[in-house]
Design a binder for this molecule. Structure first.
Ligand SMILES: [Fe+2]
Ligand SMILES: [Fe+2]
Length: 198
């Protein structure tokens, strides 16, 4: 059933999503600072990389609200307070929030948009839900590696890349110090996260 956008549930859901993405971006930026303080620079990079994607999601939802320009939209919602002590706990909290967006929130928002006849908005919700699923998997994997102490060590021979100079190390653990640029272990990224590997 098509309906007027300004009367729709969808415009509220878009604003909820904009609020949620904006907060996720800040939570990940704050988590990145924490990772940096503990010397895990590549974990910080992954938080910041994800934060940028949340900003892109927020921007897309905001664009879809253009018709409401100059007006305000009242919403309610629940938003998490994640100030866990350890990085692994912060990653688990992030995983949980991403899972909720993927499995529940954005699917429901997409269904409502479809019912209300806003198909472009529906597809944005469904597509972004899929991205949140990728975020969920990535955060879960990182949390697991920190919990098992396998971020810098592996049972099998593996590779790590120094994100400062690009040096690739092969072995069972990341070097304590990069033999090329002398940056500390915190700059090393495990094989499965190395970008542009070629
Ligand atoms: Fe997002
Ligand atoms: Fe996300």
């Amino acid at each position: 059933m098509a309906c007027n956008f300004s009367q729709s549930k969808t415009k509220e859901n878009l604003m909820r999503a904009f609020a949620g993405e904006s907060q996720a971006r800040n939570r990940y930026t704050i988590a990145a600072e924490k990772a940096e303080k503990s010397g895990m620079y590549t974990v910080a990079d992954i938080f910041l990389y994800t934060a940028d994607q949340e900003r892109a999601h927020a921007e897309r939802f905001y664009e879809l609200l253009k018709e409401m320009s100059g007006q305000t939209i009242q919403i309610d919602g629940t938003y998490p307070v994640d100030q866990q002590e350890t990085l692994a706990e912060l990653l688990r909290a992030a995983e949980h929030n991403e899972k909720e967006e993927y499995e529940d929130v954005y699917k429901n928002f997409g269904d409502t948009a479809k019912e209300e006849g806003f198909l472009e908005v529906a597809s944005a919700f469904y597509q972004i839900a899929q991205i949140e699923h990728i975020h969920e998997i990535r955060f879960a994997r990182l949390a697991e590696m920190l919990e098992n102490n396998t971020y810098y060590a592996s049972e099998e021979v593996s590779t790590w890349m120094c994100t400062n100079c690009g040096y690739i190390h092969e072995g069972k653990q990341a070097p304590k110090v990069c033999p090329v640029c002398r940056h500390e272990q915190g700059y090393f990224l495990p094989d499965e996260f190395i970008p542009y590997k070629g």
